[in-house]
Design a protein around this ligand. Structure first.
Ligand SMILES: Cc1cc2nc3c(=O)[nH]c(=O)nc-3n(C[C@H](O)[C@H](O)[C@H](O)COP(=O)(O)OP(=O)(O)OC[C@H]3O[C@@H](n4cnc5c(N)ncnc54)[C@H](O)[C@@H]3O)c2cc1C
Length: 323
């Protein structure tokens, strides 16, 4: 068959949002191509959890139970074998560092074309094409594939479908790992998170920049984020200055996010920051400079001193929530 193979990352008995977006996108495009999307899961995944990917549109899930989780090369071995055996034309990944690494390895192994940071997948003349923003997101380049194509999404670029009650067939696969794939071992799993909160999955982000004035200024963002039930993000300027952890950095050299609300306090709106947050549903900016570039792409702009506005906002949110 032709078809699309997608990798689904799980942790603690659940798939991450980004993977479910990738699985849903693979199913949507497979249906347009008139073919099927299948998923690969690695390690300790119950029958039920594996089959539940059918809720997002894949018809078959290949499970490699004995393969170590969290490392790229063993997954490359599994996906390369499944693609060769089953004849998939494309592999698709939701994005994230592991997806980048597996996708790149798979492209090299299969001599396939590869596109990273993809924000849109289309079907043209019975084949997939992938759109990727370039030049600081000011233009779009479109990739077409001569034979096989590996498509790696930008983090959270693909939306997870509304789950149905369909289930997928689960097929266990035995894969002999390459020698070099067994050289690295997972010693410990940890997650670098801003203040231990998953900023990529958060619906609300309160982001702070140099306008906070000093590291302690982040307390204002943390209080507001807590009141709103969101997480805290940061610009590179403050991360470089050591005011906040790198895990919270948004932008070209940080994370890409698309929350429902992105509230930017004391952030100028440099292009390198904008590319990481411009897909947010609602952007609210607080800046004392009415000419700050961030106002050009904000849905709501508040000109004023964040030291006065943010605490008042926090109080208002708490009062509204009755806490
Ligand atoms: C190759 C490269 C990669 C980069 N990658 C990234 C990246 O990934 N992410 C990123 O963020 N940046 C990145 N940058 C840096 C980027 O160009 C900007 O320098 C940075 O985003 C600026 O951060 P800022 O908005 O916090 O600071 P500033 O640009 O200094 O802005 C501070 C803002 O706060 C306002 N302000 C000051 N005091 C107050 C107050 N009391 N109340 C309200 N407003 C106030 C000011 O008016 C100003 O607009 C990169 C740069 C390069 C060259």
């Amino acid at each position: 068959m032709s078809g699309i193979l997608v990798f689904a990352l799980h942790y603690d008995g659940a798939y991450n949002k980004n993977s479910l977006g990738g699985v849903s996108e693979a199913a949507r495009r497979a249906s347009e191509l008139g073919t099927e999307a299948h998923a690969v899961v690695i390690g300790d995944v119950s029958d039920e959890l594996a089959a539940s990917l059918g809720n997002y549109g894949v018809t078959k899930v290949f499970r490699a139970k004995d393969v170590p989780e969290g490392l790229a090369q063993p997954v490359v071995d599994v996906m390369a074998k499944v693609m060769e055996d089953e004849g998939h034309d494309y592999a698709l990944f939701g994005g994230g560092l592991l997806g980048f690494e597996i996708g790149a390895g798979l492209a090299a192994r299969l001599n396939a074309g590869v596109t990273m940071e993809v924000t849109n997948v289309n079907v043209e003349d019975g084949k997939l094409t992938a759109e990727r923003p370039i030049h600081g997101d000011s233009s779009i380049s479109t990739s077409r594939y001569k034979e096989r194509g590996i498509i790696i999404g930008r983090l959270n670029a693909f939306e997870a479908a509304e789950p149905s009650d369909a289930t997928a067939e689960v097929v266990d696969v035995d894969v002999e790992l390459s020698d070099f794939s067994t050289k690295a071992k997972m010693v410990q799993r940890g997650e670098a998170r801003g203040e231990d909160i998953d900023i990529e999955g958060a619906d609300i982000l309160v982001a702070g920049g140099r306008g906070l004035g000093k590291p302690e200024g982040f307390k204002l963002c943390e209080d507001l984020a807590q009141a709103l039930g969101g997480a805290v993000a940061a610009t590179r300027a403050v991360v470089d200055a050591g005011w906040y952890p790198y895990a919270a950095q948004i932008g070209q050299t940080g994370k890409t996010v698309a929350p429902k609300l992105y509230l930017a306090a004391g952030i100028s709106g440099a292009i390198q920051h904008k590319v990481g947050m411009q897909s947010s549903e609602n952007i609210v900016a607080i800046n004392k400079d009415s000419n700050a570039p961030i106002f050009e792409f904000s849905d709501l702009g508040i000109v004023g001193d964040l030291n006065k506005i943010v605490p008042k906002l926090t109080e208002a949110v708490k009062a509204k929530k009755g806490s």
